[in-house]
Design a protein around this ligand. Structure first.
Ligand SMILES: NC(=O)CC[C@H](N)C(=O)O
Length: 224
């Protein structure tokens, strides 16, 4: 699997993401700056990592969603490419319209930095094939704007079509609608989630709970 990590001004989780991807694939991902207009040839997976792109001004991810690289990302997704967005990356994917809804300020208006427990709501996707449905796992979270919002019609559609990937299983600290922590596109090839599985991929970090996300992708996206 050839992974490309996108970098925006203010991205700060790209190294964590690169380590997690390399652990799963044995290959170093490519880093591509937001000012580029093309993705590296042969990219199987594009990852938008966490951080504070453009200082979180306007709304988290709003400016990054209009970066020069974004038309290439849209084209990649339309052609069947896989895209993962974590935290600020999830916010950018929503602001870019690649996933529905938006991430609003946390309900208590505080930045949340702690571990949470996620439940896998949809197994058998490129992002979740290594988990059973209903499995729970620990994931660190660190965000000020993780309050997932969408209108009821959209939420009903996401639930009806099995596009809720992950829910908070140990309490809803940020106010996210229906405890939603991560969602999938109808194609199942675009996924965004707020917590950080890439920060729990080594016993030295306190566990490897996040690894199945990356091994699922590595197993699905075997490069030709
Ligand atoms: N860790 C992150 O990616 C943070 C995302 C965003 N800046 C927020 O605070 O919500």
């Amino acid at each position: 699997m050839n992974a490309t990590i996108l970098l925006f001004p203010g991205t700060n989780r790209e190294r964590d993401m690169a380590i997690a991807l390399e652990r799963a694939t044995g290959k170093k991902p490519t880093l591509t700056f937001h000012r580029e207009t093309e993705l590296p040839a042969g990219t199987d997976l594009v990852v938008l990592p966490g951080g504070f792109s453009h200082g979180d001004y306007l709304r988290c991810g709003a400016m990054a969603a209009r970066s020069p690289i974004m038309p290439a990302l849209h084209a990649f997704a339309e052609k069947g490419g896989h895209v993962l967005g974590v935290c600020n990356g999830f916010q950018i994917l929503c602001e870019a319209g690649l996933l529905p809804g938006a991430l609003l300020r946390n309900a208590n208006l505080r930045f949340l930095s702690m571990d949470c427990v996620l439940r896998v709501e949809r197994a058998g996707t490129p992002f979740t094939s290594r988990w059973q449905k209903g499995a729970t796992f620990r994931a660190p979270m660190a965000h000020g704007d993780g309050n997932y919002f969408a209108d009821d019609e959209t939420l009903d559609r996401l639930e009806g079509e099995g596009l809720v990937a992950f829910r908070y299983a140990d309490g809803n600290r940020n106010g996210a609608a229906r405890d939603i922590a991560g969602i999938l596109s109808p194609s199942l090839r675009v996924c965004g989630l707020m917590p950080h599985p890439e920060d729990l991929v080594d016993p030295l970090m306190g566990g490897e709970d996040g690894m199945p996300l990356f091994t699922s992708l590595a197993e699905t996206l075997v490069s030709t």
